[in-house]
Write a protein that binds this ligand. Structure first.
Ligand code: PLP
Length: 395
């Protein structure tokens, strides 16, 4: 019999992909399934970005690049971090990877040892705990429910940090909830982190641009500049520029950590795609007016979806600050449906009975909820909400 590595058994396949696969199966069998599971914008990559990639191919930019990224893209990233975030980095503090997902994977691999702990607020992006496990570390989950807008308090953070804590992960605006921390909330978390100088902070800013709060985007290190030397900012072009398939993300942080991450990447994937890197220069340096129309569409859909959800029996949903996800509490609906015991069963029931695919909250570490992605057309959303309402009833 073929023996697999023990680490394989520690993790589970991405549950968001499982729902997408089930939806595809049902579709292939002839069912009219509306997919609300997707974790990506439904828009095409803006024209000038695609053109830059085509031009790069024509110019023969089709060879290996430096492991940590082309000088052109690293400069564009440094300019972006200065322009948007007022953060100043040198070239040896930047690593370009094949998606923010690889940036985070590199980070966890570079700093975690067996017995180390990673503090992860729930609901969380599904990959954080599994990446910690793959790096031989232990995820320590802090639960933040709807009543606290899915955001952890300083007291909760203090209680979660131990002598073994190596990384605290912060993701704002958040997948799956759409909640963003305010500057004041970051300042309060910063006070706790200041008391634990050996803890690194991973700031996952991938949804930076998809935000509609009155206050501009903020992250932990923008709020607490004294934490600069132990924060790794992770970002990328996937969500803001509708470039998920191009696979470009980046990390910015202490040279020592970035250097270790680069070493790991040099022995696994080497550089990210040369063509995608050229496209990403165009994204970061080019016309930023391509972003607001996408944000406007996401916001309109958000308002519609949240309004409809709150008019359903047993469903309650808070208004999000950004992203393209809603995270309604469906505990009342689960109680009302005799055939359904929990959110996982509810997601299966909704595929079968309403032909709507969404992701159960258990996948994100906070049961009793589901995640709805509204990165799809208004037509689809209207149909999907009608179908959900037919199952749940009007409030
Ligand atoms: N972080 C969060 C919170 C995400 O939702 C995602 C994508 O779903 C990523 C990181 C990874 O993005 P990418 O690897 O496409 O850059």
């Amino acid at each position: 019999d073929i023996q697999l590595a023990e680490r394989v058994n520690r993790v589970k396949p991405s549950p968001t992909m499982a729902v997408t696969a089930r939806a595809a199966e049902m579709r292939a069998a002839g069912h009219d399934i509306i997919g609300l599971g997707a974790g990506e914008p439904d828009f095409d990559t803006p024209e000038h970005i695609s053109e830059a990639a085509i031009e790069a191919i024509r110019q023969g930019q089709t060879r290996y690049t430096a492991v940590d990224g082309t000088p052109a893209l690293k400069s564009a990233i440094i300019r972006k971090l200065q322009r948007d975030n007022a953060l100043a980095y040198e070239a040896n503090q930047i690593l370009v990877s094949s998606g923010a997902k690889q940036s985070l994977y590199n980070l966890f691999s570079a700093v975690l040892n067996p017995g180390d702990e990673v503090v992860i607020p729930a609901p969380y992006w599904v990959s954080y705990p599994d990446m910690a496990l793959l790096a031989d570390a232990t995820p320590v989950v802090i639960e933040a429910g709807q009543e606290q807008r899915f955001k952890i308090t300083p007291e909760q953070l203090e209680a979660a940090i131990t002598d073994h804590t190596r990384i605290v992960v912060l993701n704002s605006p958040s997948n799956p909830t759409g909640s963003a921390y305010s500057r004041a909330e970051f300042e309060a978390l910063g006070e706790v982190l200041r008391r634990h100088p050996d803890v690194l902070i991973a700031s996952d800013d991938i949804y930076e641009h998809i935000l509609w709060t009155e206050a501009p985007f903020c992250n932990i290190v923008m709020a607490c500049p004294d934490l600069f030397d132990r924060t790794v900012v992770v970002n990328g072009v996937s969500k803001g520029y509708a470039m998920t398939g191009w696979r470009i993300g980046y990390a910015a942080g202490p040279a020592k950590v970035i250097g270790a991450m680069k070493k790991i990447q040099s022995q696994s994937t080497s550089n990210a795609s040369s063509i995608s890197q050229a496209a990403s220069v165009a994204a970061l340096d080019g016309d930023q007016s391509v972003i607001p129309p996408m944000i406007k569409a996401f916001r309109d859909r958000h308002d519609y979806v949240v309004g409809r959800l709150n008019a359903m029996k047993g469903v309650s949903c808070i208004h999000g600050d950004g992203t393209f996800y809603a995270y309604p509490n469906v505990a009342g609906a689960i109680d009302a449906l005799e055939a359904v015991a929990d959110d996982t069963a509810l997601a299966e029931y909704l595929i079968d009975e309403a032909n709507v695919a969404l992701v159960p909250g258990t996948a994100f570490g906070l049961p009793g909820h589901v995640r709805i992605s509204y990165a799809t057309s208004m037509d689809n959303l209207e149909k999907a909400m009608d179908r959900l309402e037919a199952v749940f009833g009007k409030a």
